[in-house]
Design a protein around this ligand. Structure first.
Ligand SMILES: [Zn+2]
Length: 518
């Protein structure tokens, strides 16, 4: 079973901000979850380099565009690595494989009769790198770049006959209700296409940075037509047809809600023209706002992922954005809220459950929990139907409902484990009934094993730490552990604490952040 997942490719004219990271983490959770479900996952990311802004920025810096984009790609990859993004490939659209694939594709669409040359005159936003029609504008200005004047541009370029595809697109949406998700985006796109599609300009004249049009080398392929093709050129279109056939169509394109229309109208029409299968789904995620405003360089409210990773941890970053910002909707970020969520969810709850259980196992039994009697793997979650829980969580994670899944794990599973400590009081049993105390700790270790599996797509490093802390690694090789393993019975006799200890105590995983008094 193959699962191909992609994210949008990013402009490398500035470093990634937390909003960009939100998308990559969301896609990463899905990729990790699918691997757990037994899929052979191919996870693609990349940078969108063939833009006018890139060549302008390189010129400002006095460097060649290629060395500029290579350096930016290195910086992007560093951030993605720090955030534990598990992509399998990272395409830079300045690469040879992309150039060759793009040229093969545009030739195919040209031969199909869907591209022709026309005079074009319209208002152009340099910020968006796209032409604007009257209905795109707010008070005569670009809503994304209100401080940048629009330019009137007139030139001859190539057009893709997008208008000819409206009926086929609508028929596809109708026949494939899951093609556009979530539902709100689907409704938006259906009404957009019903209101009529205009042909789109797909080339520019006189640029040296970019991909030449093969049937007219004076023109270069223009932003969207070029960028969207990364999804197929990266996996071999035009260069390695066998590989392409094994990885296409994509199962899901994960993208921001602002570019849904390019992915749901232009992209499928391009593929239809070239005679290629369409991706199975386009998921348009929401945005992260700061005090109600969109994150943007021009607003000066950019928060860099590396600052949060250095101040807290990559795991805390993932936990906040996946738990607090519904992936299909919108979320808010503030340092105050981030600190509160970290302290409540990670330091006081998850981290504390782990440290208490480990500490008691070390203090009362020297870390050896083998040979326990009266063990009941279900004792810690009395009243919780584990099978139903796992089914629900698989449904939620598989449909990108991450905040709901995390909410469910914390509310049902963690609360059950914490309640179990309160009702059994193993710290008191240690003085009166050591055998009963050991049974409770084994049951708590079982709770931690289940939690480790459930949080694995969201908090991969924490999950691995939990799994190894009690020597669960002997029970199953961690990388192969799936959601279904939550239901498996652990081998109790192998349980012993293998976590590193500092002065006989486990090092805190999520040290509490002291908030300054107001
Ligand atoms: Zn704009």
């Amino acid at each position: 079973m193959r699962f191909t997942i992609t994210t949008a490719i990013d402009y490398p004219n500035s470093r990634p901000h937390i909003g960009t990271a939100f998308e990559k983490i969301g896609a990463d959770v899905q990729a990790r979850f699918r691997r757990m479900e037994g899929f052979d996952v191919h996870f693609l990311m990349g940078n969108d380099e063939n833009t006018i802004k890139v060549s302008q920025r390189a010129e400002e810096l006095g460097v060649e565009p290629k060395s500029y984009v290579d350096d930016m790609a290195r910086q992007f990859r560093e951030v993605w690595k720090a955030l534990e993004i598990s992509h399998d490939d990272f395409i830079q659209t300045s690469e040879e494989r992309h150039h060759r694939g793009c040229q093969a594709f545009i030739q195919k669409v040209y031969d199909a009769g869907d591209i022709d040359k026309r005079a074009y005159k319209a208002l152009y936003c340099d910020g968006c790198e796209e032409f604007k029609t009257a209905k795109d504008l707010v008070d005569g200005r670009c809503p994304n770049h209100p401080n940048r004047p629009l330019r009137e541009v007139e030139e001859e370029n190539y057009f893709f006959r997008l208008s000819a595809f409206a009926d086929r697109l609508l028929a596809h949406y109708e026949a494939h209700p899951d093609f556009i998700q979530p539902e709100s985006r689907r409704n938006e796109i259906v009404s957009l296409v019903k209101s009529g599609l205009q042909d789109v300009s797909i080339s520019r004249k006189g640029f040296t940075w970019g991909i030449p049009v093969p049937f007219d080398p004076e023109q270069t392929i223009y932003v969207w037509f070029d960028a969207l093709l990364n999804y197929i050129t990266a996996i071999g279109y035009g260069t390695d047809e066998g590989r392409f056939a094994s990885l296409w169509p994509a199962d899901v394109h994960v993208i921001g809600k602002d570019i849904t229309r390019f992915h749901c109208a232009l992209w499928p029409a391009m593929l239809m023209s070239a005679g290629l299968p369409l991706p199975r789904q386009v998921f348009g995620h929401g945005f992260v706002y700061i005090k109600g405003e969109k994150i943007s360089k021009s607003l000066g409210n950019v928060v860099e992922p590396m600052d949060l990773i250095a101040g807290f941890s990559a795991e805390a970053f993932r936990f906040y954005f996946m738990g607090q910002c519904p992936f299909g909707g919108d979320g808010e970020f503030s340092f105050e809220r981030f600190t509160d969520v970290y302290n409540a969810g990670l330091a006081n709850n998850l981290g504390n459950l782990y440290s208490r259980t480990l500490s008691m196992a070390v203090r009362y039994f020297g870390g050896d929990l083998g040979g326990a009697s009266a063990v009941d793997a279900t004792a810690w979650h009395a009243g919780l139907d584990r099978r139903a829980l796992v089914d629900d969580l698989r449904g939620l994670v598989g449909t990108f409902q991450y905040a709901a899944a995390i909410g469910r794990i914390w509310a049902d599973v963690l609360d059950a484990a914490n309640r179990y400590i309160q009702t059994t009081e193993p710290f008191k049993l240690a003085k009166t009934d050591l055998a009963a105390c050991k049974a409770v700790l084994v049951n708590l270790a079982e709770a931690i094993r289940a939690i480790a599996i459930l949080i694995k797509p969201f908090l991969p490093a924490t999950a691995a730490t939990f799994y190894r802390a009690f020597n669960f690694a002997d029970v199953a090789p961690w990388e192969g552990v799936s959601y279904a393993d939550v239901l498996a019975r652990p081998a109790v006799d192998a349980l012993r604490v293998t976590a590193p200890l500092v002065s006989g105590k486990p090092a805190p995983l999520f040290p509490k952040i002291e908030t300054k008094p107001a």
